[in-house]
Design a protein around this ligand. Structure first.
Ligand SMILES: [Zn+2]
Length: 431
């Protein structure tokens, strides 16, 4: 594969080089073929056992999969970028991501660390003053960009695996490093949970770069304020007809969709806590003299608790059904992603804080960070907590050039070696 140096994945130079390489080849949800191949190859070269393909996913829970044509195009691009054919064949159909397993020399519990792999759907800014442009690692995949730091997360996960492999004589129990696809849109977490990837895990550590926390050296031991969320695609079926000759024979799907949108936005908000709803797109295409036979909506609901989100989701479905009925249309809806509402386990965040205090480079420690958005690490945290384990999401502070999910996003790469040092220390100390 045409790529960065193969040597010593735990060294800072390598971590930065790998992050830049991953940034150059961003891949969106369920299409992280090149990214996964690269991770699997590097893990395998080190001798670390790694699982991938259909064994780590549950097909009915792979929310928001791309069309077969988009999947084939992504595979073909990865092939052209030098990925191994057999590896790609094992992942075809969206089975991206992988799980590395490191068994320590001493008995102990099972600890999992989760990192995410996917990019965002937006074109990267090519302004000459940006580091990725100056250093030549801006996205070469048109319309796609790592604008949330998941390129950094993947590099951290790999360097962490290399470190723990080197230290396996000191390690207690087992460490699983979960490279999760499809975080954006909340598609990948549930699939891996339902496939049993978290079974038997006693301690789960997630982490995210920045989210507005800065500078490098500031670390939050836990997270609260995740919003539960449901992502949904809706298709309204009507009947096409000549708009001049026989409009009464048509069933106007566009009118139904428009009525749905205004009433979705008018759903009464919950008095029990924060609630949100947004419709991001309404697409209906027919000639101006045709009664539109079809319309598509993409929308999401959010809530401060699972119950509040469920209330918003139920109300949304009721409104859409009623709007369709009003115009004699029918509705199909598809859940494209789901995230739960879970806070870090306080006892674990407390222990993480104690360990953080003795790590060089950690300058300021926050007990908990208010996330105010959705992340499907919560699905994994929920699973571990309900099976009696503990889970937390750390936030690694870093200066950012522009907000997450914007075309000028970039982060201070000094966070990468620090995050690896912290997660290595936690994995060695918590078990
Ligand atoms: Zn993110």
């Amino acid at each position: 594969m045409n790529a960065a140096p193969q040597a010593v994945p735990s060294k800072p130079d390598f971590i930065t080089a790998l992050r830049r390489e991953l940034h150059h080849y961003p891949e969106p949800a369920w299409m992280e073929y090149r990214t996964t191949c690269r991770v699997v190859e590097l893990l395998t070269a080190l001798g670390i056992p790694v699982r991938y393909g259909s064994a780590i996913h549950s097909r009915p829970h792979m929310y928001g999969l791309p069309s077969p044509a988009a999947d084939e195009a992504a595979l073909e691009r990865a092939r052209q970028e030098g990925c191994d054919g057999a590896l790609l064949a094992a992942m075809a159909g969206g089975y991206t991501g992988c799980v590395a397993t490191i068994d320590g020399a001493h008995p102990g519990r099972t600890l999992a660390v989760r990192v995410d792999l996917d990019c965002n759907t937006l074109p990267e800014s090519l302004d000459a003053d940006r580091l990725p442009v100056r250093e030549g690692f801006a996205s070469c995949h048109d319309g796609f960009m790592h604008a949330c730091g998941h390129d950094g997360h993947t590099a951290i996960g790999l360097a962490l695996a290399a470190q723990l492999w080197d230290h396996r004589q000191e390690l207690h129990g087992q460490v699983r490093i979960i490279f999760q696809p499809a975080e954006e849109g909340l598609g990948g977490g549930t699939s891996m949970v339902e496939a049993g990837v978290l079974d038997g895990v006693d301690i789960l550590l997630g982490s995210h770069i920045s989210m507005g926390l800065a500078p490098v050296g500031t670390v939050a031991a836990g997270t609260h304020g995740f919003l539960a969320s449901t992502k949904m695609d809706v298709l309204i079926h009507g009947r096409g007809a000549h708009a001049g000759v026989c409009p009464e024979e048509g069933r106007n799907a566009l009118a139904a969709a428009a009525a749905a949108v205004t009433n979705l936005l008018a759903i009464s908000r919950s008095g029990q806590g924060a609630s949100r709803i947004n419709v991001g797109s309404l697409v209906s295409k027919a000639g101006r003299n045709v009664i539109p036979p079809e319309a598509a909506l993409s929308l999401e609901t959010r809530g401060a608790t699972d119950e509040i989100n469920r209330y918003m989701e139920d109300a949304a479905l009721r409104v859409i059904d009623a709007a369709a009925q009003m115009y004699g249309c029918t509705v199909e809806h598809r859940i494209m992603g789901r995230g739960d509402c879970t806070d870090s386990t306080p006892e674990l965040a407390e222990r993480v804080m104690e360990i953080l205090r003795r790590i060089p480079g950690v300058k300021e420690i926050l007990p908990s960070f208010n996330f105010r958005a959705s992340e499907d690490i919560t699905t994994m945290m929920r699973r571990v907590q309900t099976q009696g384990g503990q889970a937390t999401e750390l936030i690694f502070g870093a200066e950012i050039a522009a907000p997450h999910h914007s075309e000028r996003f970039d982060f201070d790469e000094a966070v990468l070696p620090l995050a690896v040092r912290v997660l290595t220390e936690l994995a060695l100390s918590l078990n």
